[in-house]
Design a protein around this ligand. Structure first.
Ligand code: PLP
Length: 457
């Protein structure tokens, strides 16, 4: 077999991207208060803000969209969706939602109350916010290796099993309505969780009669990492690995905007009949009837096909290799990244990249702003702006949309990052001028800290 791993598709429809001048970008950045969420997407050349809902759909997905059954109740598109989900996840109840956070809100709304504690390897921002919204405490319990950006370890997304035991001992099982495992661990660098860790966490949960739920957004990438890195799984298919993993749990939340390969959608699964009824009641209140849950029939069809495509081995081989290509090419030149590169993204370690910018001056946001200024690349900070004092690291995530950019786009991104790396000492810190009471990073406004005035002595 040839060594070069190529995109396992050819392009049938193209979308132009737009160049801007540095002057234009300076103006746009000021107008966006140094928060890249506030930029018009049209002023971005390479958009690596997120891999969520930004993927390209396949011919089979577009064909399935035409089969969408838009009946309010009992749509056959729901049957296709449920069957596709159950083939992989195996859970009894499949509840569609408009995206992942809607599934989270319903799950925590039904299972948690004020004073409860929810352990997770690392909560994603919306997951943490939804736990806290019902008055519960979100506790991150990733293994120690997962907190050291430069350390190379195959499963830095693993949960600290002893830490989980200790937490249960300390707060008591009655205050822990569920344990969550996020696969892959997005906020911790897109790092995978091993099957062994899933098995151990599941064993602890079963022993204490605490349900285990997966935040399953990137389950296919996680399955492929297990195949590549965990002894005993090299001959299993990603489908078999995913099926085994979910069998250790009791349910999941899912954003189909990631490994569902769709532009919108999500779902909530559970094996618990009583909870499922309560969840469907809440769903009807805010999302929609349980056979569409806020989605069009055509969206359900796109997800039904996308979930299966995400597990194709040639796709996963290319996906993981192209992300690693970006990470390895900048790391070779000394750029500090979370090692090894994640499945869906490369994470720059902003604290190590910009040691002259203190944490209180948002080094991650400053670095993301500079990448935009230099080359029109949009990324996102995952650090002190997103998580406040709870931030363990200040990272800049370069998330790769699925099946969207080619090798030459990635080469361009490498070139721009290396240019910024060369001139890193000139980058300044930022300070907040506005923040919302929760999920502040989406709307925050920032400005450069005072210019250092050169003093003559
Ligand atoms: C790990 C994880 N959980 C949950 C979510 C929330 O999903 P959504 O954006 O569809 O609400 C995301 C989205 O990025 C995520 O990465």
């Amino acid at each position: 077999m040839a060594k070069t791993i190529i995109e396992p598709f050819r392009i049938k429809s193209v979308e132009p991207i737009r160049w801007t001048t540095r002057q234009e970008r300076e103006k746009q950045l000021r107008a966006a208060y140094y928060n890249l969420f506030l930029l018009p997407a049209d002023d971005v050349l390479i958009d690596l803000l997120t891999d969520s809902g930004t993927g390209a759909m396949s011919t089979k997905q577009w064909a399935a969209i035409m089969e969408g059954d838009e009946s309010y109740a009992g749509s056959k598109s729901y049957d296709h969706f449920r069957d596709s989900v159950q083939k992989i996840f195996g859970y009894r109840h499949v509840i569609p939602t408009h995206q992942g956070r809607a599934a989270e809100r319903i799950l925590f709304g039904v299972m948690c109350k004020s004073g409860d504690v929810v352990p997770n390897n690392t909560h994603f921002d919306t997951t943490r916010a939804n736990v806290e919204f019902v008055g519960a405490e979100a506790v991150d319990m990733v293994v120690a290796e997962g907190k050291q950006p430069s350390l190379v370890h195959p499963f830095k997304g693993n949960m600290d099993v002893q830490g989980l035991e200790d937490l249960i001992e300390r707060v008591g099982r009655n205050r822990i309505p569920l344990v969550m495992l996020t696969v892959t661990n997005n906020s911790g660098g897109g790092q995978p969780v091993s099957m062994q860790n899933v098995r151990q966490v599941s064993e602890v949960c079963r022993r204490h009669r605490i349900p285990l739920y997966f935040d399953a957004c990137r389950f296919a990438e996680n399955a492929y990492f297990i195949k590549l890195r965990e002894p005993g799984y090299e001959h299993k298919t990603p489908m078999q690995i995913a099926q085994e993993m979910f069998a250790y749990g009791d349910g999941c939340t899912m954003s189909a905007k990631k490994d569902g390969m769709a532009n919108i959608g999500g779902f909530l699964c559970t094996n618990n009949d009583v909870l499922a009824q309560q969840e469907k009641n809440l769903l009807i209140l805010t999302e929609g009837y349980p056979t569409y849950g806020g989605l069009a029939g055509r969206d359900l069809e796109a997800i039904a096909v996308g979930l299966q495509e995400a597990l194709h081995e040639d796709y996963l081989r290319y996906r993981i290799a192209s992300t690693a290509y970006l990470g390895n090419h900048i790391a070779e030149q000394g750029v500090p990244i979370v090692q090894p590169p994640g499945g869906h993204a490369v994470y720059l370690d902003a604290r190590a990249f910009l040691p002259h910018i203190p944490q209180a001056q948002f080094p991650g946001v400053a670095l993301a702003a500079e990448l935009y200024l230099q080359g029109g690349i949009r990324s996102v900070e995952i650090g002190s702006l997103m998580f406040g004092a709870a931030a363990k690291m200040d990272l800049v995530r370069l998330a790769i949309p699925r099946r969207v950019y080619t090798q030459s786009h990635i080469d361009y991104v490498v070139e721009i990052i290396l240019e910024v790396w060369k001139n890193r000492e000139k980058i300044q810190g930022l300070k907040l001028s506005y923040e919302a009471p929760f999920l502040r990073h989406f709307t925050a406004r920032l400005e450069p800290v005072e210019q250092r005035v050169a003093t003559v002595v």
